[in-house]
Design a binder for this molecule. Sequence first.
Ligand code: GTR
Length: 417
Amino acid sequence: MKIKNSIAVLTAFGILHAGAGLCQTGEPWKASSEVVEKLSKSRSEFNYYEEKVPAYTLPDVLADASGSKISSAKEWKNVRRQEVLELFRKNVYGRIPPTPYTKSFKLVNEDKNAMNGDATLKQVDITLASEGKSLVIHLTLFLPNNAKKPVPVFLLIDNRGPANTDPSRKVKSEFWPAEEAIARGYGIAVFYNADVDPDNYDEFRNGIHAVLDRGERPPDAWGTIAAWAWGASRCMDYFETDKDINRKKVAVLGHSRGGKTALWAGAEDQRFALVISNESGCGGAALARRRFGETVSRINTSFPHWFCTNYRKYNNNEDALPVDMHMLLALIAPRALYVACADQDLWGDPKGSYLALYHSVPVFQLLKTKTSLPGIMPPLNKPVIGGKVAFHVRDGVHNLLLKDWNWFMDFADLVLK
Ligand code: GTR
């Protein structure tokens, strides 16, 4: 096996630890007691103590609605995957309305000599229209000039605004490190989530809801996260038309609310070959039943527009949820999945995110992907790669940094190249 850059060796279980030399070094990650104390003081109504996590039982991802065991890839694909997807539509993110719409792509700017000749910049307007109403997603894309085409592409769901994704590259941001991706032979694309739906509770009068919703909204009508995820799929529609892009090698990623969105986009749209969730926390990769850091009740109160209204039934009632987030992660299988967390971001529950990933692994295994993870968390700043899944806890606070991206690209080198 070819070992690239910082990716080091394999254990008996086929698990790679990046950046660790010949074997895993350091202790499994654990929240620092100082951070726990500090956060507990500032948000005393939320739990940051591991010992206060309640006992819980996760729903069995590999048992169908009648309780029968799912034991073949065929049963997963034909029965259980669809059931799990429906449970998430109905209870968490909501359902995309079946309203017909038209879409068109317009290349509004192209610069074949961007980044001093290293890249081609394309700016594409994606117009979505229905019955006289429309909106435009402004897609920005750099493709490497010196790489063999078609290239793999990273698509960032940008929840922080266009200031982080300057097409002129006068302003650079680690949030979307375009030069670094280009240097490694990847295309890198981005759209601003608010193009699809503004990130505030407007009773769904704006954004794509205003274009596609008809009549009264049922309790499983799509929320804003589902709308953003749908927007990522419309970017994928464009990628499929661009011959310089390898449509089989598109990674979708997002940070925080964008990470929740990337996971749901990957669940709904199996064209994404790699899904990356950075610090997605509650409503993303973190197990809801742990009630660690942000809770279902808090997220539905602070962000009443993100999920479908059915999700509110689980406020302070997590055990009644017919799903938990290991099942969302399982929906990505057999494609590649990276879950990343940050050491000081306990609000987003790094341990609960690792556990969700760990408990999704049986589905990756059923689909014959040679995937496995150790039962303990990797050390700080040491990504663990176990076949089709990867995970890290980076030092520092809630953010998406070049350090995270470098590890994502190391993983992509293995699973996309
Ligand atoms: C927080 C929210 C998190 C996370 C974050 C973000 O306020 O509680 O769920 O999504 O925002 O998106 O930065």
